[in-house]
Write a protein that binds this ligand. Structure first.
Ligand code: ADP
Length: 906
């Protein structure tokens, strides 16, 4: 008995494996060792037997035992039958009925058929592993006969059972609670109570429903045995029998019980886990279950939250309750078809809440199937994706609004994902049929295709920014412009994986740009035409002006026929008026520059009285002609003793005052009056007012003044003018830091005024032009001989210069009206200075210059251009062509004499 106790002790981490298939054993061993088991492998049965006897494992695995038919072979395994507390697992590739019976005959507790996953065997072994608590089977003995219970207790304790005895059956509940037996032995005749009811009571307790109960009988009586079974006992034991039989029964049944409780534990664990899974799902998802007709059976808290309905309102109702009307009948019938065939349905549904608001859920419906595979209920799990749907909707809308689409090109597979908006950008009404990179390229305008391909390649291969504008041809043949930008997503190793891009329709922008460019070209062309017009007008005006001014200057300078004082005054008027006309021409030429704000002003301290006087004298002839009286006394008397100097550009200020006086005359009545007055404004400005007694300006015309080419009033054709004077005047005054304005009483007269800042600088700029007589006498006093050649086709100009230079004793002038003749003269006489017109018949002054420079004799002679081409650009061109100087017509005598002196080295 003692020996048996020792042998029954098992090592709960030790496993013995016996077999002849080394691979199998290795595999199994590795698996067990990794789970902290100790494994011993045997290839000889005798060695296995020896080891079992010395140290008992909790599992013995026999791989493919050779147990076919002969009792001899079976005998070799007979030692295995003695394994009580050790589980014997038979593994075999054979799965026949005969073989399996023989395996049981061998003592096998478990049969595992190969092949199998090694994990399976490990799982099985884990289940077989006894708890330390279960080292000893717990036996509860309910026995009223105390001496007898002592005998049993004594014997069973020696068998290494943990035994607890109660003699009073009324204590059984406490005993079960505290002792938690694996097996119960109950006396059939208990004093004072009905054993039937005690057993029933035990069975009513959940955890003891399957616990083995052995019915203890006083004698072998079939009726009593049957009664034991009927009341729920598993077996019986006749007390008169050998107690060893009881021991065997207990051992066998307790093992069963332990195995069962192992399975129960697994089952409980499974249930527990399911509970957690369910909890996780309830916490995360919106869950409901419905019967096969769609009637809601259950809903979770989240379902109530999102739908706005209470549990009570939902249960028993059809799912239709939540229909939003966003999906058609086809959608729902496809869903019902799927689930009623037992398949899982997945999709996005829009439902509506109790109060009508819509919400979107990503749903999965799983049918629960009965034994026949027919659904008996459906469980739906959903995720709220309303926010996502709204933002997607917003994205879609903004893409439509901005005419933008997005794409994602899987570089590895070649697949392209396009956002919905792309179809419209490529001219398709519905879904875009551009499923691949190739079809995308096909849609691009053939002329732009290479450029797009190169840009994409450059982005993928070199990481260059993808930013292109190209055309696409729509299916209807129309051409549209797209702007695309994108970039490549790469793996950590730099391998290009995806290319993402944004596409925008820029057709209207391109069209606008083109229109803008055309308008710009038109404006530039118009500007060029304007410049040409101004240039030619200037040229046309300058030529006669040259004669007018030149000859009037000559008249006043003639020492042989000197002019009378009155004549001198008249010629002076001509010169002065001519000069004003000249400056006006320059003003017209400058108009565009003034408008662009590029006018050059020389702001200095100027004497206002002087300018008023000069202007007055200039305008007097015009006023006299119309019998208009100009009074300037008030202005002069005011300024006398007061400050009379202002900051201004001398010429421009004079131009302004002349314009105001000229208007006061032009728009005055015959025998009218003009008053020029001055006043101090805010201590730092002088206001000059020119008042007239003319027709005035009507209310509705007030806003039209100071605008280009705007003339107001009646009978304008009778009055000379173009309507730009006031505009130029205003701009000039503003540039000089002053202001301009007017008051007018219709039919009574107008008062135009200007205000200019007072200067406190006493250095007044003298703008007096030197008298031509003085200049000429300077030259005449020189006693030297120089030859000057003048090439000019205009006889008036020739005469003018000839007369001017003739009178200078030191200069001998010859002239040529024809350029070829001029060149011949130059080669022959080799003058000291050549004056050359630019616009000559047959050949330009530039060509003449080139030829003179090419000839040895004439190449070093200074050549001065005299031309009516007076634009800044013309002068620059002349100087860069090689002229030594450039004089513009009408000729400023002083300037000409200055140049002649310089070039001849006077
Ligand atoms: P222009 O005299 O060449 O027409 P302006 O620019 O000097 O151009 O004047 C613009 C217009 O303003 C004139 O055409 C005229 O109708 C009006 N205007 C200017 N000054 C007077 C004035 N003193 N009295 C009445 N109308 C005037």
């Amino acid at each position: 008995m003692n020996e048996s106790i020792n042998v029954n002790r098992v090592n709960d981490s030790l496993i013995y494996v016996y077999g002849c298939d080394e691979n199998f054993e290795k595999l199994v061993t590795a698996e067990f060792i990794s789970s902290a088991y100790t494994v011993k492998v045997f290839h000889k049965l005798e060695e296995l037997e020896l080891s079992i006897n010395s140290c008992r494992p909790f599992v013995v695995i026999i791989n493919s035992p050779d147990i076919h038919n002969t009792s001899l072979e079976l005998d070799a395994y007979s030692f295995l039958k003695k394994l009580d507390t050790t589980t014997l697992v038979i593994v075999s590739t054979e799965n026949t009925m005969e073989y399996r019976l023989q395996a049981i005959g061998l003592g096998g507790d478990k049969f595992v058929c190969r092949p199998f996953n090694t994990g399976y065997l490990l799982e099985l072994v884990n289940k077989l592993k006894p708890d330390s608590r279960e080292d000893k089977f717990k036996v509860l003995l309910v026995e009223g006969n105390e001496p007898l219970s002592d005998v049993y207790k004594d014997h069973l304790s020696k068998c290494d059972f943990n035994i607890s005895v109660i003699t009073n059956p009324m204590h059984i509940l406490d005993a079960l609670d505290e002792f938690k037996p694996d097996i119960i032995l109950i006396e059939s005749l208990l004093h004072g109570c009905q054993v039937n009811n005690i057993v029933k009571l035990i069975r009513q307790i959940d955890s003891y429903t399957l616990t083995p109960i052995i019915y203890l009988l006083s004698e072998s009586n079939l009726k009593s045995q049957l009664n034991g079974h009927n009341i729920g006992c598993n077996d019986y034991f006749v007390k008169t029998s050998d107690v060893i039989i009881l021991e065997e029964k207990i051992r066998f049944m307790a093992r069963r019980s332990q195995l069962n409780s192992g399975f129960n534990k697994d089952y409980e664990r499974l249930l527990r886990e399911q509970k957690y899974y369910l909890e996780a799902m309830n916490q995360h998802d919106i869950v409901s279950s419905a019967d096969v007709s769609g009637i809601i059976i259950d809903v979770n808290e989240k379902f109530c939250e999102i739908s706005g309905y209470s549990r009570e309102e939902l249960i028993g109702k059809n799912h239709n309750l939540l229909k939003s009307g966003n999906h058609d009948e086809e959608f729902y019938s496809e869903m019902w078809n799927t689930i009623s065939y037992g398949k899982v349905w997945h999709g996005i549904i829009c439902n509506h809440k109790k109060h009508g608001e819509e919400y979107w859920v990503d749903s999965t419906i799983v049918p629960f199937l009965d034994e026949q595979g027919k659904p008996y209920k459906y469980i739906s799990a959903r995720t709220d994706i309303t926010a996502l749907m709204k933002s997607e909707d917003r994205l879609q809308r903004s893409q439509v609004f901005a005419n933008i689409g997005t794409w994602d090109w899987d570089i590895t597979s070649g697949d392209i994902y396009w956002s919905d908006r792309i179809s419209a950008l490529f001219g398709y009404e519905d879904k875009v049929p551009l499923s691949s990179y190739a079809s995308f390229l096909n849609a691009i305008h053939p002329d732009d295709r290479k450029y797009v391909i190169d840009s994409i390649d450059d982005c993928v291969l070199n990481g260059t920014e993808y930013n292109v504008e190209h055309r696409v041809v729509w299916p209807d043949g129309s051409v549209h412009w797209l702007h695309e930008s994108g970039d490549v997503v790469r793996s950590k190793g730099g391998k290009p994986l995806h290319m993402l891009g944004v596409v925008q329709d820029i057709t209207s922008r391109i069209e606008f740009d083109n229109t803008l460019q055309e308008a710009k070209d038109d404006a530039e062309r118009a500007n060029l035409a304007k410049s040409k017009f101004l240039s030619s007008m200037s040229h046309e005006l300058r030529t006669p002006m040259n004669a007018i001014m030149g000859f009037s200057q000559l008249l006043s300078m003639d020492p042989h026929e000197p002019l009378s004082i009155q004549q001198k005054e008249s010629v002076g008027e001509i010169t002065s008026a001519g000069q004003h006309l000249l400056s006006l021409i320059n003003e017209i030429l400058d108009l565009s520059r003034i408008e662009a704000g590029h006018v050059n002003l020389s702001i200095e301290t100027v004497d206002l009285i002087k300018i008023i006087n000069e202007s007055y004298h200039l305008m007097m002839p015009l006023a006299t002609k119309r019998n208009i009286e100009i009074k300037v006394s008030s202005a002069l008397s005011y300024l006398e003793g007061n400050t009379n100097i202002v900051y201004a550009d001398y010429t421009r200020l004079k131009q302004v005052i002349l314009n105001l006086i000229s208007n006061a005359i032009k728009y005055n009545v015959e025998y009218g009056h003009i008053d020029i007055s001055c006043a101090l404004v805010e201590e730092s400005y002088i206001r000059l007012t020119v008042s007239d007694t003319g027709r005035g300006i009507s209310e509705e015309d007030i806003d039209k003044l100071f605008k280009p080419f705007s003339r107001v009033g009646e009978n304008l054709t009778e009055v000379e003018g173009v309507g730009i004077g006031l505009m130029i005047t205003k701009k000039l005054i503003k540039l000089m830091g002053g202001d301009i304005g007017f008051n007018s009483d219709y039919n009574t007269g107008s008062s135009f005024w200007i205000e200019l800042p007072i200067s406190y600088d006493s250095t007044i700029v003298e703008n007096e032009v030197k008298s031509y007589e003085n200049v000429t006498s300077d030259i005449i006093s020189e006693d030297c001989k120089y030859k000057v050649l003048y090439i000019e086709d205009n006889p008036a100009n020739l005469r003018l210069i000839a007369q001017l230079l003739q009178r200078i004793p030191g200069i001998e002038m010859s002239s040529a009206h024809d350029p070829f003749l001029g060149m011949d003269l130059a080669y022959e006489y080799v003058p000291d200075l050549i004056l050359l017109d630019i616009n000559l018949p047959g050949i330009t002054g530039f060509d003449v210059l080139d030829r003179l420079r090419e000839n040895e004799k004439t190449k070093s002679i200074p050549v001065v251009a005299i031309s009516a081409n007076a634009m800044k650009k013309d002068i620059e061109n002349g100087l860069s062509a090689g002229f030594d100087d450039y004089i513009t017509k009408p000729i400023d005598v002083t300037a000409l004499l200055q140049v002649v002196r310089e070039k001849l080295n006077y």
